[in-house]
Design a protein around this ligand. Structure first.
Ligand code: ASP
Length: 580
């Protein structure tokens, strides 16, 4: 029989009604003459009651957690109500029960605060997903996806699907490859993004494209990365950078309003890449708190303190952050820990000053009075504050202090998790120069367009050319990124040349694109948002596995299906592959 209600629906107004409910047994309490069963479905829980005079009470004896039931009964008011449960005012006095299926004892507690190890949860993911918290995550993801689709459909975008079996795409990570049986020795690559295809669709004359696209990147994993993830991928033609930013703001606003009930102010804040790096030490600045980086290099131009003098003479910088009222709160041990934590960024040390009368700290004795007072002034520090100082090459200084400001803000609880500081980081450089390899790399990807006023720099000073490239950042995380694209074959070739791609590589990897660009390509550009990230930000979780139905572990395994796994020798032979 069909159920009449879901398990979160019934309340005091339904008392007296006869209802049919279905679901899983979440909990059974057998009080001897009285048995309670909590029945759970995707919407919630209803308490079933089997009283002493109920003939069918004996049937409950064999019922265990996760059995699947259908029951029919009468809604009654509870004598002791549970205000923490939406259905806590009522229970159902059961008159008919049908056990639809039995269940083995589950290997994990199916409730929000389960004590199961993540390994067990991933192995039995189908049970883990029964937990209300994950049911809610999946619904949030669905709501976001639908909201994005509705928004883009209304804005006249067309949803496309592009191939998964394709050629290597240029997002800079390692490819997942698939061997071809029909062409032994040849491989497809799974797309790192649909980048080239969406550009080709613009060349085909479709003006507005979108795709909820699976992307595959074989990189070292972190808590916010998975080998396969989903992008909201967007491309437009005959547009400008401003059109992409405005559309994106409207879309994010619609999602935040529909899914979270929050009104987000627009336009979003904007920072140039240079400002973000100078002020926050990061291209993904968390702007929910200040603690800016201060450049104090000029104070030490003539210093006799050798460590600082050496750093400056080798082209390095000296910068600080100030922890307000931190002087008395950080012990030597705490400071040692902070020093240790920035070694991964290449920092050799962390100097500090506890501002006071007189000030104390690791560098106080070696600085002149004037240097000390200027250091304090330029760090915007006052009595009672703690100044942390890193002297090194610019990348080390920024990454160390950028890390410390976030870490300390967390320790000091300066961050309000309910603030959504959507910020555009614009004006990215086209390239970064790798000193060791003596070559340029594209900071976004090689199809990114230089600003009109920077085109000529492609020839004389590539490292100074700024791109029409932008990232949307929120709460210190990159939510999306995109660019205007090169739409001329010659400029595209120039950029490939700067990136040291030989003629042969250009022809092999991107020959089809260079050719396509020469058949009348409209100006175009777009953006891609990380759907998983967006769900994480809205659902306020830091674990990407919480927002993906069947995620992989941090070593890229699926514990449920045991992928990746070996394949039969016959399959290898068919593919023309020999084991190493
Ligand atoms: N394909 C780019 C990426 O995945 C996004 C874009 O440029 O639209 O980062």
């Amino acid at each position: 029989m069909k159920y009449t209600h879901h398990n979160a629906e019934l309340g005091i107004a339904d008392v007296g009604k006869t209802v049919i409910l279905k679901g899983f047994v979440s909990k059974k309490r057998d009080l001897g003459n009285l048995v309670f069963i909590d029945l759970r479905d995707t919407e919630g829980i209803t308490q079933l009651a089997f009283y002493q005079d109920n003939d069918i009470r004996s049937i409950t004896t064999g019922i265990k957690n996760e059995f699947v039931l259908e029951v029919e009964g009468v809604v009654t008011e509870r004598s002791s109500k549970n205000p923490n449960m939406p259905t806590g005012d009522i229970e159902v006095d059961v008159k008919r029960i049908l056990v639809l299926n039995h269940a083995k004892q589950p290997p994990l507690l199916i409730q929000d605060d389960t004590d199961a190890l993540e390994e067990t949860r991933l192995k039995y993911r189908y049970l883990d997903l029964r937990r209300p918290v994950l049911q809610q995550m999946m619904k949030t993801r669905h709501q976001i996806t639908q909201c994005v689709r509705n928004f883009l459909n209304e804005a006249q975008f067309i949803e496309f699907e592009t191939p998964l079996l394709t050629k290597s795409t240029p997002e800079g990570a390692r490819d997942y490859v698939v061997p071809s049986r029909i062409h032994p020795g040849s491989f497809y690559a799974l797309p790192q993004s649909p980048q080239i295809f969406k550009q080709l669709l613009m060349i085909s004359g479709f003006e507005r494209y979108y795709q909820i696209a699976k992307c595959f990147r074989d990189e070292d994993l972190r808590s916010d990365r998975q080998p396969e993830f989903t992008q909201i991928d967007i491309e437009m033609s005959f547009n400008t950078q401003e059109d992409v930013l405005e559309l994106s703001e409207q879309m994010i606003k619609a999602v935040m309003k529909t899914v979270k009930g929050l009104v987000i102010e627009e336009p979003f804040k904007r920072l140039t890449y240079e400002d973000a790096m100078c002020t926050y030490g990061s291209d993904k600045p968390d702007t929910r708190f200040d603690m800016h980086l201060n450049d104090v290099s000029a104070v030490f131009e003539k210093t006799s303190f050798k460590v600082f003098a050496d750093v400056l003479s080798s082209g390095g910088f000296i910068q600080t952050i100030t922890v307000k009222e931190g002087a008395s709160r950080y012990s030597r041990k705490d400071l040692d820990k902070l020093t240790e934590s920035i070694k991964v960024f290449g920092a050799k040390g962390l100097s500090f000053v506890k501002v006071n009368t007189p000030s104390t700290g690791s560098i106080v004795k070696v600085l002149s009075e004037n240097e000390l007072s200027q250091l304090i002034a330029r760090s915007n520090a006052e009595i009672g504050d703690l100044i942390l100082c890193v002297a090194s090459d610019i990348n080390t200084v920024r990454s160390s202090l950028g890390y410390l400001r976030k870490h300390i803000a967390q320790l000091e609880q300066l961050i309000d998790p309910n603030v959504y500081d959507f910020t555009w980081v614009v004006d990215w450089p086209m390239f970064e120069y790798d000193q060791e390899e003596k070559r340029y790399y594209a900071l976004h990807h090689p199809f990114t367009r230089p600003k009109d006023s920077h085109k000529s720099r492609l020839i004389d000073a590539p490292e100074q050319s700024i791109a029409y490239a932008y990232d949307l950042v929120v709460q210190g995380q990159e939510l999306g990124g995109g660019s205007m694209r090169i739409h001329e074959s010659t400029m595209q070739k120039n950029v490939f040349d700067i990136l040291s791609l030989s003629e042969k590589e250009q022809a092999d990897k991107f020959g089809f694109l260079l050719e396509a660009l020469s058949y009348g390509t409209p100006p175009h550009g777009g953006i891609a948002f990380g759907l998983d990230r967006l769900v994480m930000v809205i659902a306020q979780t830091t674990n990407i596995r919480d927002v993906i139905a069947f995620p992989k572990t941090s070593s890229a395994q699926c514990l449920l299906t045991q992928a990746p796994s070996t394949i039969a020798n016959s399959q290898l032979t068919e593919l023309g592959i020999k084991k190493a």
